[in-house]
Design a protein around this ligand. Structure first.
Ligand SMILES: Nc1ncnc2c1ncn2[C@@H]1O[C@H](COP(=O)(O)OP(=O)(O)OP(=O)(O)O)[C@@H](O)[C@H]1O
Ligand SMILES: [Mg+2]
Length: 311
């Protein structure tokens, strides 16, 4: 099936700042694509380029095969965009959506507005002013707006920003339902735990470069292929690292040793024995733990930052 989005060698500078540095991304149709990265990584810039709101310096950007740079206005129907921006406070929800639908030249206006408000659970609030809504409700207005033209692709910039756990669950459930309807969703976040549960595909961006992308299962598999142990006591870290199956050995904020190993099948006994016999460690306690996607994400970025520091 044709990819929903195909970005190849895209670079974008703001003056001297290189916000996107030769990125390539493929977003498969009907995927929920989690676009993850810390503040300033380049997520919003990528999304604005996709939405045709920013010129870019180099590369190719296609949405359902059409090049964004040269595409006619009809391309606007291919995607809906939820920007990381505020909505007009003095508009009632229904009026705001009506004005926006007019601008999109949407036919069957009243039915469309009613249907999108129902989809995101705002119908009963339709006469409330946007300024009086909670953050979660405002995000749902933005989502309703992105859905007006019934586009096959939704570009959502941090739809969960500032929401409480219940608000997040509500948005994530709406997104899941949209994918069941055949939509493709590109979703950015700086908190991996938010998209981890629903994403089918993931990409991690940092300082304008894509660090990793792929199917969620394969990224997760790589991570789940590793195990982690927490050890209390005293030992020589360099001697721990000299064991051939060690990925890393660090001290955490509770002064415990966090030891990551390459082999998920490595027995607890083997490590414990090696620590006592080969490392001559003094061990007070010992436990095993799973490596989460969140830790993997932070680890990747941490490694990169320390490489830059030492460069
Ligand atoms: N209008 C602009 N002018 C100059 N620099 C900009 C502009 N917009 C973004 N940048 C810079 O480009 C880089 C990428 O910013 P971007 O907004 O895409 O990051 P982001 O991943 O969306 O971050 P956040 O999680 O904080 O929203 C940053 O270094 C930022 O300072
Ligand atoms: Mg942003």
């Amino acid at each position: 099936m044709e990819a929903a989005v195909e970005i190849a060698n895209l670079s974008k500078n703001y003056g001297k700042i290189r916000a996107l540095d030769n990125i390539s991304l493929t977003i498969p149709s009907t995927s929920i694509f989690g676009y993850l990265g810390p503040n300033g990584a380049g997520k919003t810039t990528t999304m604005k380029v996709l939405a045709g709101l920013l010129h870019y310096n180099q590369g190719s950007v296609r949405i359902f095969g059409e090049e964004v740079k040269t595409a006619p206005a009809s391309q606007k129907r291919l995607f809906g965009f939820l920007p990381d921006a505020t909505l007009p406070r003095n508009y009632k929800i229904e009026r705001f959506l009506r004005v926006s639908a007019h601008m999109h030249s949407i036919s069957d206006l009243e039915n469309t507005i009613r249907s999108v408000m129902q989809k995101v659970g705002l119908f009963n609030l339709r006469l409330r002013k946007i300024g009086s809504l909670s953050k979660g409700q405002k995000q749902r207005v933005g989502l309703a707006n992105a859905l007006l033209a019934d586009p096959p692709l939704l570009i959502l910039d941090e739809p969960n920003a500032g929401l409480d756990p219940l608000g997040r669950v509500k948005i994530l459930q709406i997104l899941k339902d949209l994918v069941t309807d055949g939509k493709t969703i590109l979703l950015s976040s700086h908190i991996i735990g938010e998209v981890d549960k629903i994403a089918t595909d993931l990409a991690i961006i940092h300082q304008g470069k894509i660090l990793e992308q792929g199917k969620r299962e394969s990224i997760t598999k790589e991570i789940l292929g590793q195990s982690k142990f927490i050890v209390g006591g005293k030992m020589d870290i360099s001697r721990v690292k000299s064991l051939d199956y060690i990925v890393s050995c660090d001290i955490d904020h509770l002064n415990r040793y966090v030891i990551q190993v390459t082999d998920e099948h490595l027995s607890t006994d083997r490590l414990l024995l090696d620590l006592i016999q080969k490392v001559e460690a003094q061990i007070q306690y010992f436990s095993s733990a799973e490596v989460s996607l969140e830790e993997h994400f932070l680890e990747k970025i941490k490694n990169l930052i320390s490489e830059e520091d030492s460069a």
